[in-house]
Ligand binder design. Structure first.
Ligand code: PRP
Ligand code: URA
Length: 214
């Protein structure tokens, strides 16, 4: 589903994603299930975020006859999770596109300023030949996504998409203004941020829930 005010934002309202998101939000969901759900949602979101991959025709011999079928036309992908919570999405994405390379960007939000602080950055060497999907379950103020995408852009990939599970309206506005060329995919747009920059209703701290560091 497209959002009227943001033509680059796609909200994935597929019933399977919405069903899993309900359990992800639930405070009684433990670390093991939370991790599995993040991965499963990422897998389903990957399916939609790769819908525009170009195809090419190939000749295939079935047990019955020779025919013309389609394969992905050599498009190379790179997934770039924002540490830590983005790591939870990588396995689900790779289960759909096993040949993708994976870069990492380490950012954490300073608890007082809510501004992202960079602590790690390793991207695939051939990133110029790749379409990048940046991963983070949470888009809150948008600061982390904006900085991560700015870092990725310095390496000149072919294109960049941003894939998150829950977005706050504040983050969507900031991210679309900072990077109008980036397509954003999310499973839900929540109500607002609280005074500490947490998404309401949200799911709490995604990194802590994935890694059990609550
Ligand atoms: C969380 C989340 C995003 C960021 C979103 O990470 O995973 O990276 O906050 O907030 P923003 O849109 O306001 O920047 P956090 O900083 O808590 O780090 P962690 O993943 O290491 O726990
Ligand atoms: N980061 C999170 O993990 N959760 C929020 O609600 C906001 C930022």
């Amino acid at each position: 589903m497209k959002m009227e005010e943001y033509p680059n934002v796609f909200v994935m309202d597929h019933p399977l994603i919405q069903h899993k998101l309900t359990f992800l939000r639930d405070v009684s969901t433990g670390t093991k299930n939370f991790r599995e759900l993040v991965s499963e949602i990422a897998m389903l979101m990957c399916y939609e975020a790769t819908r525009d991959l170009p195809l090419m025709n190939v000749e295939t011999v079935t047990p019955m006859e020779k025919t013309t079928t389609q394969v992905i036309a050599g498009r190379k992908l790179a997934f770039v999770p924002i540490l830590r919570a983005g790591l939870g999405m990588v396995d689900g994405m790779l289960s759909m596109v096993p040949s993708a390379k994976v870069g990492h960007i380490g950012l954490y939000r300073d608890h007082d300023t809510l501004k992202p602080v960079e602590y790690y950055n390793k991207l695939p060497q051939d990133i110029e030949e790749r379409d990048v999907i940046v991963l983070d379950p949470m888009l809150a103020t948008g600061g982390s996504a904006i900085d991560a995408i700015t870092i990725v852009k310095r390496s000149h990939p072919k294109s960049i998409k941003f894939l998150c599970v829950i977005a706050a309206p504040e983050g969507l506005k900031a991210l679309t203004e900072a990077h109008p060329d980036v397509q954003i995919y999310c499973a839900a747009v929540d109500r607002c941020l609280n005074e500490n920059g947490y998404i309401l209703p949200g799911l709490g701290d995604a990194g802590d829930r994935i890694f059990g560091t609550l």
